[in-house]
Write a protein that binds this ligand. Structure first.
Ligand SMILES: Cc1ncc(COP(=O)(O)O)c(C=O)c1O
Length: 370
């Protein structure tokens, strides 16, 4: 399938407020998998004498930020490349390795940007459906490996968005081994945007596989989505390929300094992830008590089964009227009938539960949408 694919960006708080007759400050983003608060040091740093030379362009090598990311991961600096969010890193991978007619494999459902940026490059997208919900939406390794020969890039997401499920390391290793046995080996991108919520990481395998690129971000556990910094780590030849397509100044001087300062404080991510993981279990129990069953998650978001696609649409409208913005899935999506909800702070999560409380039970809504 080469037809180009359109990604609809999330509507702004203001657009939602206007549509539902609310104040923009009463709109709560349960759709973006971001943190409920930025780390305290960020405001403090911006308030202190913080004097990077703003009249000059940023250091195009982003040496300080790259060194901070490398130290955080415990790898050599020349194995890391930085970008304006994980999204820019993914786009650089598309620029480096995809093009008209090249084949790319995407286990679905997953993060939609892989298909968007692949189609922007004219690549042929092969979607490999994940296994049944009862099997935790696990990767179908056999189906994927059967399609590997001749593929340029395989996009994996661990833990996976939007299911919130971890990936079995043995399955990831089986895909990497099968790709490594081919000549040329397809590049395997493992997007670890939610890495800090789990203990296992493919970073440990970097010396084993020279066709593995691991992608990270400060947007999730570090609570700095607005800063727009992501990075990738991999074999030197992969990093060199990304460096040739990287723009020289896509990360602002201020963002580079904030992200480097965050990466030098790994406790921020660790503590935030621990707090959000505990909050996730509390929220999942609260949703379940109100008839909204959440799929087991290891991340800062929950995939919730609502009923039919019409039920999920109606539930989303109901939440939006209270200023709560869920992530929805269109009728033809494999997750139609579900909503995805970000885990936020206790008071915000209570607002969500209060709105869910006012929603008719799934049985009632099924009757309303025969
Ligand atoms: C799996 C995954 N990768 C990448 C991103 C984008 O990250 P960033 O904010 O660093 O561009 C997201 C954001 O939701 C995501 O869920």
């Amino acid at each position: 399938m080469t037809s180009s694919q359109v990604y609809t960006w999330e509507p702004s708080d203001r657009a939602i407020a206007e549509r539902y007759g609310l104040r923009a400050q009463d709109v709560l983003r349960f759709d973006t998998n971001t943190s409920p608060a930025a780390p305290e040091f960020a405001a403090a740093l911006l308030a202190e004498p913080f004097d990077p030379p703003l009249n000059e362009y940023p250091d195009s090598s982003y040496g300080d930020l790259t060194a901070a990311a490398a130290a955080y991961l415990g790898v050599a600096t020349d194995r890391v490349v930085v970008g304006a969010g994980a999204d820019e890193i993914l786009d650089l991978a598309g620029k480096a390795w995809l093009g008209e007619g090249r084949r790319t494999l995407i286990p679905t459902p997953t993060y939609p940007m892989y298909a968007v940026l692949s189609s922007q490059r004219g690549a042929v997208i092969e979607r490999i459906p994940r296994r049944q919900p009862a099997e935790g939406y696990a990767l179908d390794v056999e189906a994927l490996v059967a399609r590997l020969d001749g593929a340029a890039v395989v996009w994996l997401c661990a833990p996976n968005n939007p299911t919130g499920a971890p990936e079995d390391p043995a399955k990831l290793a089986a895909i990497l081994d099968a790709a490594g046995a081919l000549e040329p080996a397809p590049i395997v991108v493992i997007d670890e945007a939610y890495a800090e919520f789990v203990t296992e990481s493919a970073v440990a395998w970097l010396d084993r596989y020279d066709h593995l690129l691991v992608v990270r971000t400060v947007s999730k556990a570090f609570g700095l989505a607005g800063v727009r910094v992501g990075y990738a780590v991999g074999a030197r030849r992969l990093i060199a390929a990304l460096e040739t397509v990287r723009p020289p100044g896509s990360i602002s001087t201020v963002s580079a300094a904030l992200a480097a300062a965050a990466l030098r404080r790994p406790g921020i991510a660790r503590e935030n992830a621990a707090r959000l993981s505990a909050e996730r279990e509390w929220l999942a129990a609260g949703l379940s008590a109100r008839g909204w069953r959440a799929v087991p998650s290891v991340t800062n978001f929950l995939l919730v089964s609502i009923g039919s696609a019409a039920d999920a649409d109606a539930a989303a409208e109901h939440l939006l009227r209270s200023g709560i913005v869920p992530r929805t899935f269109p009728g033809d999506h494999p997750l139609a009938g579900h909503l995805r909800l970000t885990v936020r702070s206790r008071d915000q999560d209570e607002r969500l539960l209060a709105a869910v409380e006012r929603w008719p039970s799934v049985t009632d809504s099924a009757t309303r949408h025969p």
